[in-house]
Design a protein around this ligand. Structure first.
Ligand code: C2E
Ligand code: CA
Ligand code: CA
Length: 388
């Protein structure tokens, strides 16, 4: 069986023919179906690596199919297509993510060949080509490194910290995004090794910044890391051997992971809190939080998902939701971070709504460790904050 298998479910003959033609010319084994029963049996028997799913099917809506895929623990990348407005497609993508599916984005019909070709090329990179063994080798060869994206206090303009983002410098393929390889590690033992290596690198970089700055660093962790209290003990021992106060570390755990019922996750998060490590709920708004559960979790920060921030200036629904999330965080006594701030308008808008911290390309792209040090030095030497 080849490693790139693409299954299309779309009842419109013209668009499914276009998708099929471009997919085949992009190197995929491709099957097209218009029937949901046939689709289900193909998913279970043929195990596609990519699924192109039309949201509007005559007998079943796309959301139901997404729920079904999630119940099958389907690992394929799911690309949504539809003639509906972008907000509906975006909402379906967010819904898929909240179900734990690997969402590869959405495309609006009519479909243009070049747009499809680019999407398939990007997904092809993800599907089938990289294996766990490759990631394992990359860890041994130290091909995975960390970049740092500044987080700025929106009232004062001061940099309060950085988010550490993993990067894989593949010797042949060039930089590979974490969004490509991290899903492969979920639920596997290798996630432990990966996270500990990232933690080590971050802590070493923090030692270099320690004497000059009080900035904190936020590190992403997966639910897979929270299966026991080991993570808490490791973080604290790494901090103490380098004399880094534990409260300068924030661990970001996604809303979906944090809401997962289970004693081990709760115990791990509680132990981290006891030891003084901060917790942030990442991608907030994409999961389905119960307010009671949220209230019980020992976190100090909510991080609003970038899909809401990207649209909050011009989309009424996103604007209402972002304001509600800011108020919710503040009413619970937590600070709130907006990620994906791409424009000045967005920055001014969220600041007006009282959001505490901003992060995004408008402020800075993720920086190499040496450029993070330059960023800190510039702020200290000029006595000036990032001018927002
Ligand atoms: P995330 O935690 O939501 O991280 C934010 C992502 O948005 C990063 O992508 C960042 O580069 C990107 N970003 C930042 N500002 C903007 C902006 O203004 N506009 C847009 N469009 N994007 C922006 P990146 O670095 O590709 O990371 C993707 C995801 O991979 C992260 O999403 C996180 O879930 C995961 N990840 C990254 N590093 C690690 C890690 O060390 N461990 C784990 N478990 N997950 C990681
Ligand atoms: Ca994050
Ligand atoms: Ca996020």
């Amino acid at each position: 069986m080849t490693s790139n298998r693409l299954l299309v479910i779309d009842d419109e003959p013209l668009s499914s023919a276009t998708i099929g033609r471009i997919a085949r010319s992009s190197g995929y084994d491709t099957i097209i179906t218009t029937d949901t029963d046939d689709f289900r049996s193909r998913v279970t028997e043929w195990e596609p690596t990519v699924i192109v799913l039309d949201l509007a099917m005559p007998e079943m809506n796309g959301r139901d199919l997404l729920c079904w895929l999630s119940k099958q623990a389907c690992a394929a990348q799911v690309l949504i297509v539809s003639g509906r407005e972008a907000a509906v497609l975006q909402e379906a993508e967010t819904f898929g993510k909240s179900l734990g599916l690997s969402m590869a984005g959405f495309l609006q019909k009519p479909l243009h060949a070049e747009v499809l070709r680019t999407a398939f090329r990007n997904i092809y990179d993800v599907a089938g080509v990289i294996s766990i063994q490759d990631v394992s080798k990359a860890l041994v060869n130290q091909e995975i490194r960390v970049m740092y994206q500044p987080q700025v206090d929106l009232k004062t303009g001061t940099t309060i910290g950085f988010e550490a983002l993993a990067r894989w410098d593949h010797p042949k393929r060039g930089p590979i995004s974490p969004a490509t390889f991290i899903p492969l590690l979920e639920g596997k033992e290798i996630m432990r090794e990966f996270t500990f290596q990232i933690l080590e690198m971050v802590m070493d970089d923090m030692v270099c910044m320690n004497s000059r700055s009080n900035c904190g660093v936020a590190i992403n962790i997966s639910a897979t890391n929270c299966g026991s209290v080991e993570l808490a003990e490791v973080v604290v021992s790494m901090c103490s051997s380098r004399e880094i106060p534990a409260d300068r570390i924030t661990l970001e755990v996604t809303e979906t992971a944090a809401m997962t019922e289970g004693k081990p996750i709760n115990a791990c998060l509680e132990r981290l809190d006891e030891l003084g490590v901060r917790l942030s709920i990442d991608d907030f708004g994409t999961g389905y939080s119960s307010l009671i559960k949220l209230h019980k979790l020992p976190f100090s920060e909510l991080k609003i998902d970038q899909s809401f921030i990207a649209n909050c200036v011009f989309d009424r629904q996103s604007s209402v939701l972002v304001q509600a999330m800011i108020d919710l965080a503040h009413n619970m006594g937590k600070r709130v971070v907006a990620e994906g701030v791409e424009t000045e308008e967005t920055l001014n808008q969220i600041r007006e709504w009282g959001c505490d911290i901003g992060q995004g390309y408008f402020i800075s792209r993720p920086l190499l460790p040496e450029d993070m040090h330059v960023w800190i030095d510039r702020e200290i030497q000029s006595g000036r904050e990032w001018s927002c």
